[in-house]
Design a protein. Sequence first.
Length: 303
Amino acid sequence: MLKRVVGIAPVVFGVLLLTFLLVHLVPGDPVEVMLGESAPMADREQLRAQLGLDQPLPVQFGHYLVALAQGDFGRSIHSRQPIADTLLERLPATASLALCALLIAVGIGLPLGIIAALKQGRWPDGLATLLSLSLSAMPHFWLGPLLMLLLALWLGWLPVSGMSEPGAIILPALTLGFGLAAILTRMTRASLLEVLNEDFVRTARAKGVSERKVILRHALRAALLPIVTVVGLQLGSLLAGTVITETVFGWEGIGRLLVESIEKRDYPVTQACVVVIALSYVVINLLTDLLYVRLDPRVRLAT
């Protein structure tokens, strides 16, 4: 575990460096956004000095790393509020959305994958494959408005956007969850087909174990490693996917905060949002690696 944690450090540093450079290379001046194009040059220079934007980029990056090492994300250029407080306000909304999307994906993808594997070559297999391919081909920025038109505007079952009304989380969670469900369906099918003809499965059937137990207790457990890998990687991707989905549905989470900060050229907030998303992705991958030890004794021996 220590080796994995140490290996995370270069990844996090690379994310910090690339984010810092890209944010500062994006066209646009936050001082001009705040004061307007007609502001006097003296006022612009004064505000730029107050914000520390007049210093060379290496100096700014060094100050940023020192503050970040102390747990200080800095203050927003526009609101002058501590960024850490803003992140703590927005993070629960994104976490709840990602969790609901994951539950939807597992609840749809795992059963469909199992059915497709057990009915290989029959119509349930073809239907599951068609559904998974169709959902995989639908990007969030297209699927979200489609679900909004169908379930909110035409049928009136769910609120269109926002967070205040009951059930408002369902539409964005479905938008994120359907894409992951499609990937999970295909992976479950392929992984389960690989183990259904193994000796231990045939032995369990020969001992008179019920087919339900053979599939769920023996075959599915052996097929879980690649499935867990996909779930872990895609859960990290869900956090990145919330950038589009939260914007479409007006969900007040980290993703929408990132878009707002980019529009305002609020460098510290943009960097903080990217750092949180990147760290979440890395930590989830680390937890996925540790979960392997619980699922497969051979991984425990290898470590």
